[in-house]
Design a protein around this ligand. Structure first.
Ligand SMILES: Cc1ncc(C[n+]2csc(CCOP(=O)(O)OP(=O)(O)O)c2C)c(N)n1
Length: 347
């Protein structure tokens, strides 16, 4: 049985929005999404080799959320996220070599081999952390926004979270505090309707997530998370509001195409209908944007091929880099380990 249908306005709406944007802007958004899609597919295709020493949570199908949202951020803004990190990191300007090295548990990984896919960290692009504990990044991001507020930095912190994260008390404690202090923070909930294999209707009463945030007093939006331009336009409003006035909550409706973790689709296990997945795949965020670009004359087969080849080259080079990078050494085991008291600080 199909439980969750795509509820956006589809490709015509994307095309209508596209007419209000510059060609270069649209190309950049499409490139970001395509890059994420191709990278995720490449990771998936090599995962069985068992050389990537990390669990993975692919964002295939959800690319428009981070691509559209992050385009509204300044390089100096901060992002945090949960366990589904790849798209968030890449959209914020993340370095693919550093990400792949992290997957291969190399010393030059973006988290120094200490994190793996679920704990990407790269301060150089404002990726301030991610947590495998559901909702774990939310209080960290709220603390980051408090810090920026106290320092009067005008820096916005964003935290990407899943629909399951709003089932944790710390989500609402954090939002309550952020609203009280008018902190510069945006909570972006990627509602893909499932927590592992558990549909949202088994976990939450039928109230829209953004309405719950609205009840706390936050400026809240419900967005078609497969429409990169709707995402971008709402993000611009949200980020501007957060920078000047305080917290915003965005609920982005989207769908993950792969199983909760690892490679491949797991719909055959029965927790979701294969037809449901097929329906969402017919609203492919990357394909929808590609078709818009073609119909506006901003992209054709030759220019798309150039784009794809550029990304393929980047992926190949990043795999080579990661594969041939050095493993961490035993002597560095305690590097980055901090302890208080009479023991010393190492790192
Ligand atoms: C506090 C906590 N409870 C349970 C888990 C196990 N767990 C890992 S991911 C996940 C599902 C999270 O779903 P959601 O937040 O909606 O994100 P999605 O995987 O859909 O992107 C769960 C329950 C965990 N990591 N942390």
């Amino acid at each position: 049985m199909i439980k969750y249908q795509y509820r956006g306005k589809g490709p015509e709406h994307l095309l209508a929005l596209a007419r209000n944007h510059e060609r270069a802007q649209l190309l950049a958004l499409f490139f970001t999404m395509l890059r994420i899609r191709m990278i995720e597919e490449a990771v998936e295709s090599r995962y069985h080799e068992d050389q990537m020493k990390t669990p993975i949570h692919l964002a295939i199908g959800q690319e428009a959320v981070s691509a559209g949202y992050s385009a509204a951020l300044e390089p100096s803004d901060y992002v945090f996220c949960g366990h589904r990190t790849h798209a968030c990191y890449l959209a914020k300007g993340g370095d693919l070599k550093a990400m792949f090295s992290e997957f291969f548990c190399r010393a030059n990984g973006c988290a120094g081999s200490r994190g793996g896919s679920m704990h990407l960290l790269d301060k150089s692009v404002g990726m301030m952390g991610s947590s495998a504990i559901v909702a774990g990044a939310i209080p960290l991001a709220t603390g980051s926004a408090l810090s920026s507020y106290l320092k009067d930095e005008k820096r916005v912190t964003t935290v990407f979270l899943g629909d399951a994260a709003v089932e944790e008390g710390v989500m609402w404690e954090s939002l309550n505090f952020a609203l009280l202090k008018k902190l510069p923070i945006v909570y972006v909930c990627e509602n893909n309707y499932y927590s592992v294999c558990s549909p949202i209707e088994y976990r939450q009463p039928p109230v829209e997530i953004c309405k719950k945030a609205e009840g706390f007093g936050a400026l809240s939006f419900s967005v078609d998370g497969n429409n990169v331009l709707e995402m971008y336009e709402i993000a611009q409003r949200a980020v501007a509001h957060a920078r000047e006035k305080g917290p915003v909550f965005i609920e982005a409706h989207t769908y993950r195409w792969r199983g909760h973790h690892g490679s491949g689709d797991d719909s055959h296990t029965g927790y979701r209908d294969v037809q449901e997945l097929a329906l969402w795949q017919s609203q492919d965020p990357v394909l929808m944007m590609k078709q818009v670009m073609y119909s506006l004359g901003y992209l054709d087969e030759a220019s798309e091929r150039v784009m794809r080849e550029k990304i393929e080259l980047e992926i190949d080079a990043a795999f080579e880099h990661a594969i041939h990078s050095a493993n961490p050494v035993k002597e560095d085991l305690c590097k980055f380990v901090y302890s208080e008291g009479d023991t010393h600080v190492v790192g």
